[in-house]
Design a protein around this ligand. Structure first.
Ligand code: FMN
Length: 152
Protein backbone atom coordinates (compact mmCIF):
# COMPACT_ATOMS: atom_id res chain seq x y z
CA UNK A 1 0.00 0.00 0.00
CA UNK A 2 1.32 3.43 -0.93
CA UNK A 3 1.51 5.75 2.09
CA UNK A 4 -0.01 9.15 1.54
CA UNK A 5 0.94 12.53 2.92
CA UNK A 6 -1.98 14.32 4.49
CA UNK A 7 -2.41 17.84 5.81
CA UNK A 8 -5.34 18.65 8.08
CA UNK A 9 -5.99 22.37 8.31
CA UNK A 10 -8.44 23.32 11.04
CA UNK A 11 -9.97 26.25 12.84
CA UNK A 12 -11.26 25.99 16.37
CA UNK A 13 -12.48 28.45 18.98
CA UNK A 14 -13.51 26.24 21.87
CA UNK A 15 -11.59 23.05 21.05
CA UNK A 16 -14.27 20.75 19.59
CA UNK A 17 -12.83 20.73 16.08
CA UNK A 18 -9.37 20.09 17.45
CA UNK A 19 -10.73 17.04 19.27
CA UNK A 20 -12.14 15.65 16.02
CA UNK A 21 -8.94 16.44 14.10
CA UNK A 22 -6.82 14.71 16.76
CA UNK A 23 -8.87 11.53 16.35
CA UNK A 24 -8.64 11.58 12.55
CA UNK A 25 -4.89 12.29 12.69
CA UNK A 26 -4.31 9.50 15.19
CA UNK A 27 -6.11 6.95 13.02
CA UNK A 28 -4.45 8.07 9.79
CA UNK A 29 -1.03 7.89 11.43
CA UNK A 30 -1.80 4.40 12.76
CA UNK A 31 -2.63 3.41 9.19
CA UNK A 32 0.90 4.49 8.26
CA UNK A 33 0.25 7.81 6.56
CA UNK A 34 2.32 10.92 7.02
CA UNK A 35 0.02 13.40 8.79
CA UNK A 36 0.46 17.08 9.59
CA UNK A 37 -2.31 18.86 11.52
CA UNK A 38 -2.08 22.63 11.41
CA UNK A 39 -4.22 25.44 12.78
CA UNK A 40 -5.61 27.56 10.00
CA UNK A 41 -4.23 30.82 11.39
CA UNK A 42 -0.72 29.57 10.62
CA UNK A 43 -1.56 27.89 7.31
CA UNK A 44 -1.74 29.11 3.73
CA UNK A 45 -3.92 27.61 0.97
CA UNK A 46 -0.80 26.88 -1.16
CA UNK A 47 0.33 24.39 1.49
CA UNK A 48 -2.44 22.08 0.35
CA UNK A 49 -0.45 21.59 -2.85
CA UNK A 50 2.50 20.11 -0.96
CA UNK A 51 0.53 17.08 0.23
CA UNK A 52 -1.26 14.23 -1.54
CA UNK A 53 -4.46 14.87 0.37
CA UNK A 54 -5.91 17.79 2.34
CA UNK A 55 -8.65 17.86 4.95
CA UNK A 56 -10.21 21.20 5.85
CA UNK A 57 -12.06 21.30 9.18
CA UNK A 58 -14.10 24.21 10.52
CA UNK A 59 -16.95 24.73 12.94
CA UNK A 60 -19.83 27.04 12.03
CA UNK A 61 -20.09 30.44 13.70
CA UNK A 62 -21.96 33.68 13.21
CA UNK A 63 -25.01 32.96 11.15
CA UNK A 64 -23.81 29.99 9.16
CA UNK A 65 -20.26 31.21 8.61
CA UNK A 66 -16.84 29.67 8.92
CA UNK A 67 -14.91 30.00 12.17
CA UNK A 68 -13.31 33.44 12.09
CA UNK A 69 -9.69 32.29 11.63
CA UNK A 70 -10.80 30.33 8.58
CA UNK A 71 -12.17 33.30 6.68
CA UNK A 72 -8.85 34.74 5.36
CA UNK A 73 -7.75 31.21 4.37
CA UNK A 74 -11.06 30.59 2.60
CA UNK A 75 -10.69 33.89 0.69
CA UNK A 76 -7.17 32.87 -0.36
CA UNK A 77 -8.41 29.54 -1.72
CA UNK A 78 -9.63 31.32 -4.84
CA UNK A 79 -6.00 32.01 -5.73
CA UNK A 80 -4.78 28.40 -5.72
CA UNK A 81 -5.27 25.76 -8.37
CA UNK A 82 -6.36 22.60 -6.58
CA UNK A 83 -6.88 20.74 -9.84
CA UNK A 84 -7.13 17.03 -9.06
CA UNK A 85 -6.15 17.52 -5.39
CA UNK A 86 -7.86 14.94 -3.20
CA UNK A 87 -9.71 16.67 -0.40
CA UNK A 88 -12.19 16.06 2.37
CA UNK A 89 -14.13 18.31 4.72
CA UNK A 90 -15.10 18.23 8.38
CA UNK A 91 -17.82 20.59 9.59
CA UNK A 92 -19.10 21.18 13.09
CA UNK A 93 -22.18 22.98 14.31
CA UNK A 94 -24.92 22.99 16.88
CA UNK A 95 -28.61 23.62 16.24
CA UNK A 96 -28.98 25.21 19.65
CA UNK A 97 -27.10 28.26 18.28
CA UNK A 98 -28.53 28.44 14.78
CA UNK A 99 -31.26 26.15 13.61
CA UNK A 100 -31.45 27.73 10.15
CA UNK A 101 -27.72 27.77 9.46
CA UNK A 102 -26.90 24.48 11.08
CA UNK A 103 -23.54 22.95 10.01
CA UNK A 104 -23.08 25.42 7.16
CA UNK A 105 -19.28 25.33 7.37
CA UNK A 106 -19.21 21.97 5.55
CA UNK A 107 -20.91 23.08 2.30
CA UNK A 108 -18.98 26.39 2.34
CA UNK A 109 -15.66 24.51 2.37
CA UNK A 110 -16.82 21.91 -0.14
CA UNK A 111 -17.85 24.63 -2.55
CA UNK A 112 -14.52 26.45 -2.16
CA UNK A 113 -12.60 23.24 -2.86
CA UNK A 114 -14.67 22.47 -5.94
CA UNK A 115 -14.40 26.03 -7.27
CA UNK A 116 -10.60 25.73 -7.08
CA UNK A 117 -10.70 22.41 -8.94
CA UNK A 118 -10.20 20.06 -5.98
CA UNK A 119 -11.73 16.60 -5.80
CA UNK A 120 -13.96 15.78 -2.83
CA UNK A 121 -13.26 12.18 -1.84
CA UNK A 122 -16.36 11.53 0.27
CA UNK A 123 -19.27 13.40 1.83
CA UNK A 124 -18.20 15.69 4.67
CA UNK A 125 -17.98 14.49 8.24
CA UNK A 126 -20.60 16.60 10.00
CA UNK A 127 -20.66 16.77 13.78
CA UNK A 128 -23.71 18.27 15.41
CA UNK A 129 -23.27 19.22 19.06
CA UNK A 130 -20.41 17.97 21.16
CA UNK A 131 -18.04 15.61 19.37
CA UNK A 132 -17.39 13.67 22.59
CA UNK A 133 -20.28 11.30 22.00
CA UNK A 134 -19.05 10.64 18.46
CA UNK A 135 -15.50 9.65 19.37
CA UNK A 136 -16.81 6.10 19.06
CA UNK A 137 -19.00 5.61 16.00
CA UNK A 138 -19.39 8.55 13.66
CA UNK A 139 -15.81 9.92 13.73
CA UNK A 140 -13.89 6.62 13.49
CA UNK A 141 -16.40 5.25 10.95
CA UNK A 142 -15.91 8.26 8.66
CA UNK A 143 -12.13 8.11 9.16
CA UNK A 144 -12.05 4.42 8.25
CA UNK A 145 -13.90 5.17 5.02
CA UNK A 146 -11.51 8.03 4.32
CA UNK A 147 -8.46 5.82 4.97
CA UNK A 148 -9.84 3.13 2.65
CA UNK A 149 -10.30 5.71 -0.09
CA UNK A 150 -6.74 7.01 0.13
CA UNK A 151 -5.21 3.53 0.04
CA UNK A 152 -5.10 3.39 -3.72
C1 FMN B 1 -21.51 32.39 19.08
C2 FMN B 1 -21.72 31.04 18.42
C3 FMN B 1 -22.30 30.99 17.17
C4 FMN B 1 -22.54 29.76 16.55
N1 FMN B 1 -23.17 29.74 15.32
C5 FMN B 1 -23.47 28.52 14.76
C6 FMN B 1 -24.16 28.46 13.50
O1 FMN B 1 -24.49 29.45 12.86
N2 FMN B 1 -24.46 27.23 12.99
C7 FMN B 1 -24.12 26.07 13.65
O2 FMN B 1 -24.43 24.98 13.15
N3 FMN B 1 -23.44 26.12 14.84
C8 FMN B 1 -23.11 27.28 15.40
N4 FMN B 1 -22.42 27.33 16.59
C9 FMN B 1 -21.99 26.06 17.24
C10 FMN B 1 -20.51 25.71 17.00
O3 FMN B 1 -20.24 25.50 15.62
C11 FMN B 1 -20.18 24.42 17.77
O4 FMN B 1 -20.31 24.68 19.14
C12 FMN B 1 -18.80 23.86 17.45
O5 FMN B 1 -18.70 22.56 18.03
C13 FMN B 1 -17.68 24.72 17.99
O6 FMN B 1 -16.43 24.23 17.52
P1 FMN B 1 -15.03 24.65 18.18
O7 FMN B 1 -15.08 24.19 19.63
O8 FMN B 1 -14.02 23.89 17.40
O9 FMN B 1 -14.87 26.12 18.08
C14 FMN B 1 -22.16 28.56 17.21
C15 FMN B 1 -21.55 28.64 18.47
C16 FMN B 1 -21.32 29.85 19.08
C17 FMN B 1 -20.67 29.88 20.45
Amino acid sequence: MKKASLIIIYGTTSGNTEMVVDKIAEMAKKAGHHVVAKRVESAKPEEMLEYDIAILASPTYGHGELQEDFIPFWRGMGEVDLKGKKCAVVGLGDPKYELHYHLESAPILEEAIQKSGGQILLPALKISGTPVRHLEGLIPNWTEKFINLIKS
